[in-house]
Design a protein around this ligand. Structure first.
Ligand code: PCA
Length: 328
């Protein structure tokens, strides 16, 4: 019979034999929890990103994308990465506006509503976003937009007053505040739970892109989409700083190169797919339309209140970003 010490020695010998036998190019396996469905462009882009990294590192770094908030719920992803529970992650940046107003820069209403403007706003705000993430132990890799945000309802909206009393689904601070301002019953629900909230009648209205309306099969319960173009929110993909720093230089470079490619590809995917999504909503029988002048004026007015809220919270730093953006 083996005594304890012999067993430990045998184990140690086994380990060292294994260490000697291990190839120089040992594999590293990382997880990338992501918040949105697997067939959404964000998730498809992440899978391509992971492939690029794997190819560039000859299989040394394997990243598994877990879409649909399957590994962590959307609001938990950033903390999971910061604490090292996952090495990489992806989620909507503005979910974290409560931590720092800079995370809400891209949901300031009507500040940047085209992809070209949204890219400028990204450039003007990137350093501040990176700095804040860095202070949380997270390194920003890339950011990709959604499509301009519109409003889904089950009835026609002539003026903003028609929204009073709606059961409104919010996804971040800005959409919740909008619900409150417009006299709606607001409940915060992330995209992964939206189909069920619609099906069970917990909500009967929400703001989002054509993409999330499509992903949630909005046409099964709702009838109208108003293309308000209130803002273009972005998803951020990031990595745990210590995990990144521990990689060898070529692997770090492979990640950064794949990130730059994923960013360019993601912006292009969304620009190209925006109208496709609206066409799908139409094909499913939804009334997709621009808001009337009166309705648009109501959104503008609510937007001014939200903008004032944000500028007050964001102070001089926020104003400086807005000023820099406006000069671009
Ligand atoms: N879809 C996500 C965020 C913005 C968007 O277009 C959502 O509705 O949760």
């Amino acid at each position: 019979m083996l005594n304890r010490r012999t067993a430990i020695a045998a184990f140690a010998l086994g380990c060292s034999a294994f260490a000697l036998a291990a190839p120089a190019s040992a594999q590293t396996k990382w997880n990338l929890p992501a918040a949105y469905p697997s067939d959404n462009p964000h998730s498809e882009n992440l899978v391509l990103f992971a492939k690029d990294v794997e190819t560039a590192t000859s299989g040394k770094l394997q990243i598994t994308v877990h879409p649909g908030a399957a590994l962590f719920k959307a609001p938990e992803i950033k903390r999971a990465v910061a604490s090292g529970q996952a090495q990489m992650g992806e989620v909507l940046m503005s979910l974290h506006e409560n931590e720092d107003p800079v995370f809400g820069i891209d949901v300031v209403p009507f500040l940047a509503t085209s992809f070209a403007d949204s890219l400028k706003l990204y450039k003007a705000s990137k350093a501040a976003v990176e700095k804040k993430l860095d202070s949380q132990g997270v390194k920003l890799l890339f950011m990709v937009p959604w499509a301009p945000q519109g409003v889904y309802t089950k009835k026609e909206l002539s003026t903003i007053d028609d929204m009073k009393g709606l059961k409104w689904r919010a996804y971040n601070v800005g959409t919740a505040r909008l619900g409150e301002l417009l006299g709606m019953q607001s409940v915060t629900i992330q995209a992964a739970e939206l189909p069920q909230a619609l099906a069970t009648g917990v909500v009967n209205s929400f703001m989002s892109s054509g993409g999330t309306g499509y992903d949630s099969k909005a046409w099964e319960t709702l009838t109208h989409f108003y293309d308000v173009q209130a803002w273009i929110p972005k998803d951020a993909t990031f990595v745990n700083k210590a995990a990144f720093d521990a990689l060898d230089k070529p692997t770090q470079e492979a990640i950064l190169k794949a990130s730059a490619a994923a960013e360019a590809r993601g912006w292009k995917m969304w620009e190209e797919k925006t109208n496709w999504y609206l066409d799908q909503l139409k094909a499913k029988g939804m009334k997709v339309q621009a808001p009337s002048a009166a309705l648009a004026a109501g959104f503008k007015k609510a937007g001014e209140t939200l903008t004032a809220d944000w500028l007050k919270k964001a102070g001089a730093d926020g104003q400086a970003i807005v000023d820099a953006y406006k000069k671009m």
